[in-house]
Design a protein around this ligand. Sequence first.
Ligand SMILES: [Fe+2]
Length: 369
Amino acid sequence: MTKPAVTEQAINCLLVDDEAQLRDALRRVLEAAGYDVLVAASGVEALQILEEIQVPLVISDIRMPEMDGLTLLRRIREQWPEVAVVMVTGVTEVDVAVACLKLGALDYILKPFQIEEVGARAEQALDKRRLLLDNRLYQEHLADLVDQQARRIEELFLEGVQTLVEALEAKDAYTRGHSSRVAVYSSAIAKNLGMREKDIRLIELGSELHDVGKIGVREAVLQKPGKLEPHEYQHLMEHTVIGARILDPLLKNAPEVISIVRSHHERLDGAGLPDGLSGDTVPIHTRIVIVADSFDAMTSVRPYRPAMDAPEAIAELQRCSGTQFDPEVVIAFLHAFPDELTLPISTPRKVGGTVPEGVATGEWPTYSA
Ligand SMILES: [Fe+2]
């Protein structure tokens, strides 16, 4: 006698037939083959059982009053696609049985049936079902894996861009460490303003990347010791647009970062570059970086001028508060760094860092408060 492949426990099998005699005969055969058999005298009763009990295999007659086997098959396929269905049919109804296969039945048993055949067909149907389920699981797993890989590639690319900024700055003694110091200032301001962890991470990333577009600026302009001619200044300022263009395809889930890169030379009064945006049309993330960037630029030596000391730079922030800078951000900066003696900060050791989880995926972790 054929036994089902899975033997840890008897497998549920639902037998649907309106003829009691045939039903009993089939039941005995299946029970002898190791199945735990449930019976239903109609399609409606079968659906009720399926609502309540998980059944991997349904063996159903085709000709039944009330609801025929074909309708039952359709309903099962719609609601429980993982259930294997085998139809029982008379020799004269082979075309109907074939129609059942097209609708998703896994097999059919011809009446009058051979005892051995019933068990073998049931087992085959369960095997096919197992393969189908395994295949579906595999496909889902594969899709997940491809997704994960795609995200990892994006993350790696972003980390590469961060390294690029680091390398770009390292070439020039005047800008070395600038972006990572801007990240520290910006992060402290954002915390002082009570911003969410997610926004703080975006601001840090934006700060680290804000000058990446300088890769597209001519060396002669970047390194010019004297004052820039108007056309040279215009070329230098293109770094905002170039940077945004580089990062745009990578940071679809983080428009705040793109805004920081594109708009960190905008001014509150609308007299900035590249878009002349004013007031809160520039997101708060960017308004924060504008203050941090300016403070670090003022307190750094440049080829054409010495560095300002912290009190001078702070006075400048206050003088331009309300025209160039968002007053609330300037106040938050002063609260975040109440002791002028700690300013300017020294360059943090690690420039750049890992890309915050969520930037590539768009699915942000839940941060603790
Ligand atoms: Fe810049």
